[in-house]
Design a protein around this ligand. Structure first.
Ligand SMILES: [Cu+2]
Length: 324
């Protein structure tokens, strides 16, 4: 893949050319880059059927359907809450409460300035809601129960790009969120972000016996899913991770990647990184954009550095695939 640095451009065309076309040219070159995703080997018939595919949720974004009403563009999403049994591993089946039958719920995505309409059906036996983080009127705050069989429409403008968790806000929230009712809304800045292989990772715990302590932990709903099936990424290609921590009961965890450093865009609310590190601390509901690229092929762990939490299922691998 072609990527011109400023120095390479000087070497290629000289300073007069650079002065004439300047940073605009560099920006366009970057936008011309094609992001490619390595294929995953999915022929393993011994793999557990979890009820949904955590590998799919890594790179899946729901942009909704854009409609126009009275000249105003509205991005429409449909979400249904329902109980779904999920196979956490060979031994543990767990009755989740889910948005659209998956944990985490779909990664909703919009552009700054959009109006967002979320049509929320509750097909579950318990009352649930969708409480979005971000700016909206009180009646859209998702703290009033939506009963079994009812539909509620959440509608608000997203005027600030960034990352916004959504989750059920029925008490006890630890239980409603911990059983799987959470997800992420990404609001892109005007013009978007530079091309990258974009991944969604959500860290969460499961309190299987309702004793106020998590028994297992997971990235994207399934313990050790990406330890057993590494996420393949290409060497020397920018990776952008939309990272959410919704681990209840443990007040804060870290996120750590091996053999590399990452840039941090806190809450997705900046276009420039504020930190470069390999461990970032996150309280419950904190979320950040991380960017990195791996220079060397191989398999590299990522996990919270609360190592007992990693040992209990919050463990994954990036498999960095060589490219010529
Ligand atoms: Cu709920």
């Amino acid at each position: 893949m072609l990527s011109l640095t400023r120095r390479q451009l000087f070497a290629a065309g000289g300073s007069a050319l650079l002065a004439a076309i300047g940073s605009r040219y560099l920006w366009q070159r970057r936008n011309d880059l094609t992001i490619v995703v390595p294929p995953h080997d999915d022929n393993d018939s011994s793999r557990i059927n979890h009820a949904f595919d955590p590998m799919q949720s890594v790179r899946e974004f729901d942009w909704g359907n854009v409609i126009r009403e009275a000249g105003h563009a509205i991005r429409v999403f449909e979400i249904t809450a329902k109980s779904v049994p999920i196979q956490l591993n060979a031994a543990i089946s767990f009755m989740s409460w889910s948005y659209n039958g998956r944990v985490p719920g779909p990664t909703l995505r919009a552009n700054q300035g959009d109006r967002v309409r979320v049509i929320f059906h509750n097909a579950d036996g318990h009352g649930h809601t969708m409480h979005f983080h971000g700016v909206h009127p009180a009646e859209m705050d998702g703290v009033k129960p939506v009963r079994h069989g009812e539909t509620f429409i959440y509608e608000f403008d997203v005027d600030h790009y960034g990352l916004y968790p959504y989750h059920c806000h029925i008490s006890p929230v630890t239980r409603h969120l911990g059983k799987g009712l959470y997800g992420l809304l990404i609001v892109d800045p005007p013009g978007g972000r530079p091309p990258a292989d974009e991944l969604v990772l959500a860290m969460a715990g499961y309190d299987l016996d309702n004793d106020g302590h998590n028994n297992v932990y997971a990235f994207n709903g399934i313990p050790n899913a990406f330890r057993d099936r590494p996420i393949r990424i290409y060497q020397r290609q920018r990776v952008r991770v939309y990272l959410l921590n919704v681990i209840e009961f443990d007040s804060a965890v870290t996120f750590h990647i091996h053999a590399n450093m990452f840039d941090v865009f806190p809450t997705g609310r900046s276009l420039k990184p504020t930190l470069n590190t390999d461990v970032i601390t996150m309280g419950t509901a904190e979320r950040h954009i991380l960017e990195f690229s791996y220079p060397y092929p191989g398999k590299y762990m990522f996990h919270p550095h609360q190592d007992h939490i990693a040992d209990l299922g919050c463990m994954g691998l990036f498999e960095v695939v060589a490219r010529s």
